[in-house]
Design a protein around this ligand. Sequence first.
Ligand code: ZN
Length: 431
Amino acid sequence: MTTLAIAGGRVLRPDLTVTTADVLIDQDGGEIREIGPDLAADADETLDAGGSLVTPGFVNGHCHVAMTLLRGYADDKPLDAWLQEDIWPAEGELTADDVRAGAELGLVELIKSGTTAFADMYFHVPEVAAAVEEAGLRARLGHGIVTIGRDEDAAREDARTSLEIAREYDGAADGRISTAFMPHSLTTVGSEYLEEFVPEAREAGVPIHYHANETADEVAPIVEEHGVRPLEYAVDRGMLEPEDFVAHGVHVDEHEIDLLAEAGTGVIHCPASNMKLASGMAPVQRMLDAGVTVGLGTDGAASNNDLSMLDEARDAAMLGKLAADDASAVPAEAVVEMLTRGSADAIGLESGRLEEGAPADLAVIDLERPHLTPRHDLVSHLAYAAAAADVRHTICDGRVLMRDREVLSLDETAVRERAADHAADLVSRAE
Ligand SMILES: [Zn+2]
């Protein structure tokens, strides 16, 4: 057994207490072996965590990681116009190489901001999977299906692709990659395709992930056409099971919140994207009160515009209070739960907790920073004050992906330059 000790730090435990301890990792098994005092002496390798907080690696529950190529390309528009006028035309030009370059850029950004696992819906998934394999992160990947505006053959082929990708890549990268069947949303995929393919996805044993109730404009057509709320429509099509997870859940009514809680379906809250596209305010505290599993996601970099989960945590706390008109709503503890275990539970991973036997997915955050001084409450700092640049080390599956702010699994400079070239070329083709 090869062991790595993360030594001399303060460790955030699952009950959100913080204790001074070392964390001993079994690198072969990719799991945490022990948490306690003086574990560094016998370890094969040591990572210094002095003056730092050791936390579970953050889990980004909803992302389109290759959309980093479109960061800053089109801003300040509502969702529908933004998608139809800017994003979809550009995405129509995307090649497999573009997606690889964009995904690598996104993965560098995730590693640098302490994120060790994410769920991703996009196209050219084999390229995203190859990037994940190289970068060393953990991911649940899927091909996003859109059938509106397509003829029947093309629509069916898109759904078939999502199913085949889900079957083929589940368990890839030594088990670090898992998959899901991913219809883009309940309004961009025709009901006949959901009825045909959802049972096949169940048979394949993969979860289903989709955007749901993101904007008011997305709710109205379902109510008009089918006479039910979107999540009732999802239940009728077998799309609200314990292993499933939806993104957004902004415009959900009380009955839909109950449906989510009863089903055990996770909701990935994406506050920055919801604010930027003026989609609305998700009733996060009400969902938490009802017992819904709530995680956090950045969504794509084009609507955020970064992939920092620490930013997302702060946004979730702030927006949650505003939505509830209550400063005690969505407190720091709830946000830190969502950032770690909430997202992991929602997307069906065992990460997000620092305890013996858990996956060795961790972030080490430098506390010796002016904006993290004094240290009355480290959970508060994680929710409200810490930033991506404070992350010193990132470890996933027992492997050190970043040491002292240097990414080890990818060449950051080369990735950045390649992505910038692909982005410029993509935009010139789209225009
Ligand atoms: Zn999204």
